[in-house]
Design a protein around this ligand. Sequence first.
Ligand code: ADP
Ligand code: LRH
Length: 480
Amino acid sequence: GGTKAYAAVDLGASSGRVMVGRVGPGRLELTEAHRFPNRPVRTPEGLHWDVLALYAGVLDGLRAAGRVDSVGVDSWAVDHGLLDADGALLGNPVHYRDARTEGVAERVWETLPAAELYAATGLQHAPFNTLYQLVAARGTARFAAARRVLLVPDLLTYWLTGEQGTELTNASTTQLIDPRTRDWSREVADRAGIDLGLFAPLRMPGDAAGLLRPEVLEATGLDGPVPVTAVGSHDTASAVAAVPAGSERFAYICTGTWSLAGLELTGPVLTEESRAANFTNELGLDGTVRYLRNIMGLWLLQECLRAWGEPELGGLLRAAAGVSPLRSVVDAGDPAFLAPGRMPERIAEACRASGQPVPASPAEVTRCILDSLALAHRRAVEDAQRLAGHPVDVVHVVGGGARNALLCQLTADACGLPVVAGPAEAAALGNVLVQARRHKLVGGLAQTRGLLARTQGLTRYEPRGGTARWRAAEARLADR
Ligand code: ADP
Ligand code: LRH
């Protein structure tokens, strides 16, 4: 009694899943109902998300989940679908790794200088920020026909319920939100020539987002009514909400396709120094700010695995653990690694260009990637503390990379701080917990973090010393 079940639809860049969270007094259990690949598709027009395949996976997952008390959807940020005047999707959402935004930011900065843009929105510079994508789309027939922009989780929520909205945490990655007012920045939109009327009204995590449509009930075999709840629909917002921290003195690293490394703050840091360090201020639950840096993450390894014909990951990581440490490192923050393709070669080229030994075997390349990620984690955790004036004494690693023991240990060593790893499915848990708030089963962040710490299996990694070696490796990169 007193336990409810929630379906968390969590779409990552590498896989989508529908998880079922059971929440009751002192209870939080997560099980996987269905997982499906997320495979981007390149057509002559560019690189796209196969959003219909993802929606089919969501419906299969809801069927597998069975009876639930509500549903919530989160996904990767910035990307969106365009709808025509009838509400029909105009083509597949373009992938943030597509090249159409090359050079677009530089054009925008001619009328809206980068420094002013940062002061107004606090958003990192990434070529794929929604603002730049919309500017890139301008002039296309598709954009001319567009009457609405829906971010990916809002698009799926629309298909599930028929209701449109723009959830705030994900809206904060568009580069059109002022993190101080937590509302649209009309000035930025006007100066960039973007019509904010394209976006549906803002909604907050915890808001009702409608009921599953009759056709969805039919397709999933569920009995209605099934409410849908707006959650922290940016996957990173949901993941940070599920960091099982016991105090405010923590850093987090959400490690999946990306590594998102930083701090949870009560307000944005909009200084010029912060801009130069490319830290972002994204909006989180309960008035929080996600102050973090994007690091290329396990994308580097995913792309190598693809090039090597998908060898088994466990064996490769064991082999990498035996390779001598810090032989060569690359800058895991370098946007040069953003696009898909030829990843082992690109990593080799970066090592050669910086006069380091070129990793040859898959085990050596894997070790180079993990050392480089740990080094980038160290830099982000250090820089964030300094720039925000917010010291920490523990680093929480959540997301799929929390299952990678070598990466967690190297991160502890590099940061010179203990790492607490887990939960690996943090985004789904954060999604579930916001739904459970609607039924008053859980409270605010501090309370749910306690529940997470008590119920989720966590692994602790102590730093093994030798931070001098990491400082030296850092200097090797900085010299270039
Ligand atoms: P995303 O949400 O961006 O798709 P995830 O958080 O699901 O990413 O993380 C996926 C990554 O987690 C994989 O690329 C892989 O490197 C890592 N991972 C998943 N399972 C394991 C495992 N059992 N051991 C080591 N690493 C793992
Ligand atoms: C991680 C993520 C990240 C964004 C990127 C586009 O999945 O949402 O927070 O920067 O995708």
